[in-house]
Design a protein around this ligand. Structure first.
Ligand code: 8X3
Length: 250
C-alpha cells in the first residue's frame, strides 16, 4: 500500500473490461486511487468499478465523442493508463487485410491520441500527472506475421517519446510499459478471431507466461514513483522468453 498522503487521487484506465486493464484498475485501487474504469463493455466495467469502489464509464477509444464523455466525467486525473489496444491476425504483409491494419492503428494509436488529448487538461489540473501507455515488445522488433501490430506498437512508442518531449517542463510524466508474452483471457483469442486452439497454442509449453497482474504491478510501480521520477520505458517479459522469437517451451 502506498503511503501517499493524497487519498483523492484519480486514475483512468482504458480497456479496463479484462486482462491488463482490469488488473491495473485493481492494482491502482489497492494503491489508494479512485479508478475510473473505461471500456466498451458496460456490464464488465460496472462490475469492476463496483468491486473496487471506482467509477465505470462506457467508452470506445476510437470514437472521439465517446472519449469526450469520458473526459467530462473526470475533472482531475493523476494517472492515465492508455491500455485499450490489441492485435488482429497474424498474416504476412503480402496477404494481410488492410482493414485489420487500420483497426489496429485506430485502437492502438488513434485511441491513445483521443484519450490523451481529452485528458491532458485534467492531468495538468492534478499538478502531478502520469501517463502510462501500454505498448509491447512488438514495438521494439519485428516478427513474421506481426506487421500490422508491430507497426502500430512502434508508432505508439514514438508517440510516447514525442509527448514526453512536448510536455517537458510541465508536471506530467510519460511512460511506456512494453510487455512481451502475457497470457490473458482475450489477447490471442481476439487476434485469432475466437479460434481457441490457435490462441492457446501461443502459450503451449511455456513455463509461466506473464499474467495480467504482473504487468499491472509494473504499471502501479511506475505510477507511484516520486514526482521527479519518470520511468521512460519498461520492457517486461516472462523468464521463458528471451526475445520475441526465443521462447523456451518444454
Ligand atoms: C504482445 C506481444 O509478441 O504477441 O503485445 O506481439 S506479441
Amino acid at each position: 500500500m502506498s503511503t501517499d498522503p493524497r487519498p483523492d487521487r484519480t486514475a483512468v484506465v482504458t480497456g479496463a473490461s479484462s486482462g491488463i486493464g482490469a488488473a491495473t484498475a485493481r492494482a491502482l485501487a489497492a494503491e489508494g486511487f479512485h479508478v475510473v474504469c473505461a471500456a466498451r463493455r458496460t456490464d464488465r466495467v460496472a462490475a469492476l468499478a463496483d468491486e473496487i469502489g471506482g467509477t465505470a464509464v462506457t467508452c470506445d477509444v476510437t470514437d472521439r465523442g465517446s472519449v469526450g464523455a469520458l473526459a467530462d466525467a473526470v475533472a482531475t486525473c493523476h494517472v492515465l493508463v492508455n491500455n485499450a489496444g490489441g492485435a488482429i491476425g497474424l498474416d504476412p504483409v503480402e496477404s494481410a487485410d488492410p482493414d485489420h491494419w487500420r483497426q489496429m492503428y485506430d485502437v492502438n494509436v488513434i485511441g491513445v491520441l483521443h484519450v490523451t488529448q481529452a485528458l491532458l487538461p485534467a492531468l495538468r489540473a492534478s499538478g502531478d500527472g502520469v501517463v502510462v501507455n501500454v505498448g509491447s515488445t512488438a514495438g521494439r522488433g519485428a516478427y513474421e506475421g506481426g506487421g500490422g501490430y508491430t507497426a502500430a506498437k512502434h508508432a505508439l512508442r514514438v508517440v510516447t517519446e514525442t509527448l514526453r518531449l512536448e510536455l517537458n517542463g510541465e508536471p506530467i510524466r510519460i511512460s511506456e510499459v512494453a510487455p512481451g508474452m502475457v497470457h490473458t483471457e482475450e489477447f490471442s483469442l481476439k487476434r485469432f478471431g475466437g479460434d481457441r486452439d490457435r490462441a492457446e497454442a501461443v502459450y503451449a509449453g511455456v513455463d509461466q507466461p506473464l499474467l495480467a497482474e504482473d504487468v499491472a504491478d509494473a504499471i502501479a510501480w511506475i505510477a507511484t514513483r516520486p514526482s521527479h521520477v519518470d520511468v521512460d520505458e519498461l520492457v517486461i517479459r516472462p523468464r521463458a522468453q528471451a526475445a520475441a522469437h526465443k521462447v523456451h517451451r518444454s
